[in-house]
Write a protein that binds this ligand. Structure first.
Ligand SMILES: *[C@@H]1O[C@H](CO)[C@@H](O)[C@H](O)[C@H]1NC(C)=O
Ligand SMILES: *[C@@H]1O[C@H](CO)[C@@H](O)[C@H](O)[C@H]1NC(C)=O
Length: 232
């Protein structure tokens, strides 16, 4: 069915990845993120450039979420699983792969005042990793700041859940006892927060199948995530 275009795109990506310069790499394939590669990523040795790292990752792993390259050790990490612990080092450069929000896998919704586009990542991640990867592409974790937004969140996630339970990180951190969005504004109660008793549970994930509640959890817990992107 779609085999020829896919094969062409694949070759295009590999050839381009290998030959592209830094600027092209950045604008087309990935955008820098402060994430470290994880123990759960696939390691490839003797890779000289980040372009070659991307080329190698495209061949090696099916769904790339992030690549990391260390020029000093010529190490390339292909990450479709970011659940492992950080591999800390001074020379890692990590890139979240562009998801081309409007064309691929991103669903656009009209709010009263503007449009947003939502994309679900079935990738287990810590809250901070999920947020960094959304932000790398000028997005963020979904901010449920109105009834309209909660309804859109639900409309988008009910078919994804398909009558099973899903849990996704949404924007929210407890700061000095108060639930706040990234920009410091307090979180209104559109997605009901059920506070647990553990004081370390200072992040929120939405949980449900046909309707959703927001429960707190630890930053290091692993859940899927969905990003919200602005639409111009
Ligand atoms: C959303 O708004 C755009 C333009 O503002 C319009 O073209 C489009 O039909 C709307 N989509 C829906 C689903 O209402
Ligand atoms: C939803 O779940 C049903 C029952 O498990 C399954 O048959 C169906 O293929 C699923 N649909 C999607 C879109 O995954």
């Amino acid at each position: 069915m779609n085999i020829l275009p896919k094969a062409c795109l694949f070759i295009f990506l590999v050839v381009n990845a290998i030959h592209s310069g830094s600027a092209v790499f950045k604008s087309k394939y990935g955008i820098k993120t402060i994430e470290y590669p994880k123990e759960s990523c696939q390691r490839i040795d003797n890779v000289r450039s980040k372009g070659q790292c991307l080329g190698a990752c495209v061949i090696t792993v099916d769904k790339i979420v992030m690549i990391s390259h260390d020029e000093s050790t010529k190490t390339c990490m292909c990450c479709n699983d970011i659940s492992g612990s950080d591999i800390i080092g001074p020379n890692w450069k990590s890139y979240a792969l562009r998801t081309f929000p409007l064309s691929d896998g991103c669903t656009t919704y009209n709010l009263t005042s503007h449009q947003i586009c939502l994309k679900y990542f079935p990738v287990r991640a810590r809250y901070s990793s999920a947020r960094n990867l959304c932000q790398a592409e000028d997005g963020d974790l979904i901010k449920i700041d109105s009834q309209e937004k909660y309804d859109i969140f639900e409309t988008f996630h009910v078919p994804i859940a398909n009558n099973t339970l899903i849990e996704v990180w949404v924007q929210g951190e407890k700061i000095e006892g108060q639930w706040k969005f990234d920009d410091g504004t307090p979180i209104p109660n559109f997605c009901p927060i059920f506070p647990g008793t553990n004081p370390e549970e200072i992040r929120i994930r939405a949980r449900g199948s046909t309707s959703f509640v927001c429960w707190d959890n630890l930053n290091i817990a692993l859940f899927h995530y969905s990003c919200e992107y602005p639409v111009n």
